[in-house]
Design a binder for this molecule. Structure first.
Ligand SMILES: Nc1ncnc2c1ncn2[C@@H]1O[C@H](COP(=O)(O)OP(=O)(O)OP(=O)(O)O)[C@@H](O)[C@H]1O
Ligand SMILES: Cc1ncsc1CCO
Ligand SMILES: [Mg+2]
Length: 261
């Protein structure tokens, strides 16, 4: 499925996406999903995730502001997604930073995410490497993690997206790079978390690899547009949301921003 068709489909269907995300990201991630054309729900209580996941098109789980009371919700939500045939996306924020985070991420990876998205330090650490990440911020380069990520995608049987200046997406067999965006993006908190939520939205209406590429291409286009008018990270956020809303399917035609390898 082509990126422009997927955006048209996203707007036509406006799928419901359940996002278990962190306190920092909740507002911006919900606004990103809405601006793109889908319907976010930031639902995380273990009293209701088993009932909510089945009525959604997809689930996303982000461990950014992890605490013990959230872990059972994340596990139940992931298992419910798998049992009800819904795609689910894992964002293992800073999972290398502490034993608690590392163990929760390891457990969630074992629950068969459809897609894993992280920055280079996060994906490097998932492949067993030693990351130079500082908390939620990456200290590694995407290019250095590409081959290990390809192996992990194959052994894990999922799509892996590494984001940075040039993004890399693979299912272990088919691979794409996505260019565009803007250097201000890593200076705005929760841009990656919001992207994970948008990947969930596309995964609700398209196959996982194509869905991931579409979300990243849309971010690349919106980031490039926002960078033309922004005066800093504050105005960039406003311009970025406006751009997401204004991007038309035709703007993503001919695999804009995407190079299949
Ligand atoms: N130097 C850069 N130039 C262009 N785009 C970038 C750059 N760095 C990151 N991006 C884009 O920013 C978005 C978020 O990616 P990033 O890797 O910064 O996420 P992250 O580190 O997980 O973010 P967070 O944890 O703060 O939510 C992606 O669309 C990515 O392509
Ligand atoms: C800054 C920050 N801290 C925990 S989660 C988060 C948002 C970016 O991942
Ligand atoms: Mg992140």
């Amino acid at each position: 499925m082509k990126t422009d068709q997927m955006l048209a489909e996203l707007r036509a269907q406006s799928p419901l996406v359940q996002c278990i995300t962190n306190y920092v990201a909740m507002n911006i991630a919900a606004n990103v999903v809405l601006a793109a054309g889908a319907s976010p729900a930031m639902v995380h209580s273990d009293s209701e995730v088993a009932d909510f996941v089945p009525i959604c098109g997809a689930l996303t789980i982000n461990i950014g502001t992890l605490s013990p009371t959230w872990v059972s919700s994340m596990q139940l939500a992931a298992d419910t997604a798998v049992a009800s045939g819904k795609p689910w996306v894992l964002d293992p924020v800073a999972h290398f930073a502490t034993p608690f985070r590392r163990e929760v991420a390891r457990d969630l990876v074992s629950r068969n995410p459809t897609i894993i998205r992280g920055n280079a330090s996060e994906i490097l650490a998932l492949t067993g490497g030693t990351s130079a990440g500082k908390g939620a911020d990456s200290g590694d380069s995407v290019a250095d993690v590409e081959s290990a990520a390809t192996v992990l995608a194959l052994t894990q049987g999922c799509v892996i997206a590494i984001t940075g200046e040039v993004d890399f997406v693979t299912d272990g067999t088919r691979t794409a790079r996505i260019t565009g965006g803007h250097a201000i993006m890593p200076k705005i908190t929760a841009m990656g978390c919001s992207l994970t939520a948008l990947i969930g939205a596309f995964a609700a209406i398209a196959p996982p690899l194509n869905a991931t590429v579409a979300a990243l291409a849309m971010f690349a286009e919106a980031g490039e547009r926002a960078g033309k008018t922004a005066q800093g990270s504050g105005s960039f956020q406003v311009a970025f949301l406006d751009a997401l809303m204004q991007i038309a399917p035709d703007d993503l035609a001919n695999d804009a921003h995407v190079q299949w390898l």
